[in-house]
Design a protein around this ligand. Structure first.
Ligand SMILES: Cc1cc2nc3c(=O)[nH]c(=O)nc-3n(C[C@H](O)[C@H](O)[C@H](O)COP(=O)(O)OP(=O)(O)OC[C@H]3O[C@@H](n4cnc5c(N)ncnc54)[C@H](O)[C@@H]3O)c2cc1C
Length: 417
């Protein structure tokens, strides 16, 4: 008899796990409580704009993901390497263009010399890059118990440089406002960014799970099916008990849930406020009472994100930063963001139309160093597990976790029983 496996949750972890098991010859049912696949990788169509669920990109430096997903099929296009960095002023805002701080740190960061980059910090970036890119990927999660902030201080960076460069970028990636994330994840992200580009698929971030789900026969995907876990071999769906040889939990069902949340605000404008295809970091996010971490314009990269003649502007605001400023309501956050945009981009912003304001709770898992390395996919209760919460909050971490789970199932429930 072919072993029967239930996979619960059709985010990219559950989808990849299911399709690989089917490829190996297992009989698989993939259950999803909502009406569509993709989990957190969603795109809504609003007034002709493609609105992703939070600012969401793929990296060409994700080595495992590259082996799973055909980036060409997604018609993915790259942001320009590096970033714009803004400092506001009552007289004239200053914008620096860091052309490629990850691959060519010296030539890039020297542009910002005098404000946040001292020669000493520039040299440190060079040394850090050399050190991190030499660590093989298989070893990058092996050791280190410091937070990102502690680790950067230990490398000798000045606090000003951490606050104005590393903080806006990495707090926005980790979706937390303290740089408390473990140093190993920082090194992984830094290494990834040093080796590739940030890309956006043509048809929105949801096109990634949609592409992956095509590998699973339609009848094996059960949408609108919230599962109740009964035991390692039994689940309850829509009132019915169903037995399986193995059950995979592909969503985070740990009792302590993540506190990481993010607000994403989308605006329509007649033209892009940016001179180049970069994201723009707020160098003052840590020092002042302002909210915006960074701004991107997805339609500059993929014109399909907006109707003809319009630009789509995406603003990322950390939930923790809102809490620190006592802002909890959508209209308070929208109004503060608009006042910051006015300061940065001038009177034009008054005509920008708000298209969507999203509040995404449990956006990324709180993972610690113990989880990165163990590659666990089965714990004492007998259930198999996969998802970013078993590795780290990224497409790469999620897909690796799914692969590990498939390997574990093949070992413990072999096809020829
Ligand atoms: C705002 C934001 C920005 C991000 N940006 C990036 C980025 O730029 N680059 C990057 O690499 N990663 C990014 N990520 C991370 C990436 O999206 C996630 O790591 C990945 O999508 C996690 O997939 P998953 O399958 O583990 O979980 P999920 O996508 O959460 O999937 C779990 C699924 O399980 C379903 N489910 C839950 N309970 C049940 C039940 N009882 N029965 C049936 N179904 C159930 C849910 O409905 C859901 O569909 C971002 C995430 C967010 C939220």
């Amino acid at each position: 008899m072919v072993p029967k496996i239930a996979v619960i949750g059709a985010g990219i972890a559950g989808i990849h796990c299911s399709s690989e098991l089917i490829k190996q010859g297992y009989q698989v049912d993939l259950y999803e409580k909502s009406g569509k696949v993709g989990g957190r990788m969603k795109t809504d169509l609003i007034k002709g704009f493609q609105i992703d669920h939070g600012f969401h990109v793929l990296q060409t430096g994700y080595e495992f993901t590259q082996s799973v997903i055909n980036y060409d099929k997604l018609e993915a296009k790259a942001f320009e390497p590096g970033a714009l960095v803004i400092r506001s002023s009552t007289r004239r805002n200053k914008i620096w263009r860091l052309s490629d701080p990850f691959r060519r740190p010296f030539s890039s960061i020297k542009d910002a010399f005098g404000f946040f980059a001292s020669p000493f910090d520039m040299l440190k970036v060079l040394l850090m890059r050399r050190k991190i890119t030499r660590i093989p990927l298989s070893e990058i999660f092996d050791e280190g118990e410091l937070s990102t902030e502690q680790w950067l201080s230990e490398q000798g960076f000045s606090q000003g440089f951490i606050n104005r460069f590393f903080y806006p970028l990495f707090s926005g990636i980790f979706l937390e406002s303290e740089l408390r994330t473990n140093e190993r994840l920082f090194k992984f992200v830094f290494r990834t960014m040093s080796k590739g580009d940030m890309v956006l698929p043509k048809n929105g971030i949801e096109s990634i799970p949609l592409l992956l789900s095509k590998r699973i026969p339609k009848q094996n995907i059960k949408l609108n099916s919230e599962v109740e876990l009964v035991s390692q071999n039994l689940i309850k769906v829509n009132g019915a008990d169903i037995e399986y040889d193995g059950v995979v939990i592909a969503y985070d069902n740990r009792p302590i849930q993540s506190k990481k949340h993010v607000w994403t605000l989308y605006f329509s404008a007649d033209k892009s406020p940016f001179p180049s295809k970069h994201i723009m970091l707020n160098s003052e996010i840590r020092d002042f009472d302002n909210l915006i971490s960074y701004v991107s314009v997805p339609s500059d990269i993929q014109p399909s994100y907006s109707p003809a003649g319009k630009s789509l502007i995406c603003i990322t605001v950390l939930g923790e930063k809102c809490e620190q400023l006592g802002l909890h309501l959508e209209n308070e956050i929208l109004s503060k963001v608009k006042s910051e945009l006015l300061k940065w981009y001038g009177e034009d912003t008054k005509s920008w139309e708000s298209i969507a304001t999203q509040h995404i709770i449990k956006a990324l898992p709180e993972t610690d160093s113990s989880i990165f390395r163990k590659s666990i996919s089965k714990v004492d209760d007998g259930f198999f597990r996969c998802g970013d919460y078993m590795m780290h909050g990224s497409v790469e971490g999620t897909l690796i976790s799914a692969r590990n789970t498939v390997e574990e199932i093949v070992r413990s429930i072999p096809l020829s029983q």
